[in-house]
Design a protein around this ligand. Sequence first.
Ligand code: DON
Length: 581
Amino acid sequence: MSMKKSMSSLHRARPFALGTLAAAAFSLSFGFVESTPAYAKVAPQPAVLTASAVAVADKFAADAAEQVLKEGGNAVDAAVAIAFTLAVTYPEAGNLGGGGFMTLYVDHRPYFLDYRERAPIAATKNMYLDDKGEVIKGMSLYGYRAVGVPGTVSGMWEAQKRFGKLKWKQVVAPAIKYAQDGFEVSDQLQERKDAASKDFAGKTNFDSYFGGLNKGVNFKQPELAATLQRISDKGAKGFYEGQTADLISTAMAGHGLITSQDLKEYKAVWRQPVLASWNGYRIITAPPPSSGGIGLVQLLKMKADLKDKYANVPLNSAQYIHLTAEIEKRVFADRAQYLGDPDFYKVPIAQLIDDDYILKRASEVNPDAPSDTKSVVPGLGTTMPEKAETTHFSVVDKWGNAVSNTYTINGYFGSGVVVDGAGVVLNDEMDDFSSKPGVANMFGVVGSDANAIEPRKRPLSSMTPTILTKDDQVAMVIGTPGGSRIFTSIFQVISNVYDFSMPLPEAVAAMRFHHQLLPPNTIFWEPYKPIEGDLAKQLEAKGYTLTKQGFNGDIQVIKIDDKTPEPAADPRGRGVTRVIQ
Ligand code: DON
């Protein structure tokens, strides 16, 4: 079943280590939202790690990162080279025509770059509803009208301009080579292409571009190579203005809403990351318009609050899954109500990750039986106006800088539209808006006015690129695709590593499950490590329904013990790792 179809111990009183007294005061009085330091070019630094390392979705991107790091690039240069390369060699999710989030730790300081797509200027709240006010099936998923204004090229340009060491051309070069000379298509890529082709049949030009994408073939993309060359020559303007922009707006004319003005206006935004202290670590993660960082912090802290209830409960036993589902219920109730684009809607971030609030939510957990779904409502007491693919990569350089990047075109191959003449696959990110309050999107999650469609607004995301630091040094860089499964997957891996002391590869490979309030009392399980036999019976006896899903993430993580980075790629995908001296 493809996503497209179905889709310890804790000491949170202790504030995380901060550079200045002022910042500490800020963090204590405002929860965990701390100001991002002013613009700073990376200063020359001595090597602090034994090596650089990457965990990425395919071997071509790992090669690109290695090349750039060996040319003297830092983690940001490597990240940008990876992002452009995956747009060529991992076209089901890597992209120029989508958007994402980058969490960075540079020179011992946290940053967050939001290059999420925006709704076109001509978008309207009810654009996916019919005359009767019902959601028109598939309209936000397939074809031109599903597309949000792409952010990836602006994001890469901003990140590299601010923190990169190499010339822009050097980081775009590997991608141009793969587009021009071709790359060998893997079995998994063809399988995903075949599945997507069925979804897009008769709706888009997908087959005419990707018809030849078959395993073992050397697949070349000359139009994409030319687009990348324009980006290499002109920077972000090579995408948002001139020939590439013309090709996109011409393709849209009469079909979709994106115009040359939409493209020209688009700009990635630097935001304050969500910061929290947990278990002696500082968590640096994604703020709105992602729901993921807030969700991850709520999950980790609520589990910590319940340490007595979790004590001696074996990992992934029926009771463990039950307690975790109880936490997840509360996190998803808040997600549906309070989260949206912070430029349009005041998201109560500090309140949602406040220790006392989370403790109160934890006290509502019923250790014996599933809480009645209807009784689990958003917890702040006020009602305030929320297919598969995405890919994540993690990078650290030997100077101790880190990049955690998740970007997406939403479903596999996005909207299925490939821009004629430009070879750019366009996203279907508009599906992440709430087309109608209470009606679920591709991932089965619902939303409210906070995530209603408005011109220039960014749809709510679950992407959660995360960095953990300890004593101002990077300890872990982690993320995954998976839509609403993203932050529950990251939560499980972090918990496996730090609460259960599992070796990293085992922590990543371990069974993952998911619950998200709706459908009621439903635990999603994955074919990679099924919930079956006695465990299934025990959960059913507790009142849960078990539902198979095709996919529960593709974690790319680097853990640093002392000074040595250990990367791990999820065995569920075709990811690879590299340690680069
Ligand atoms: O932003 C989001 O949350 C989704 N558009 C991400 C999609 C995704 O992870 C699909 N991958 N399996």
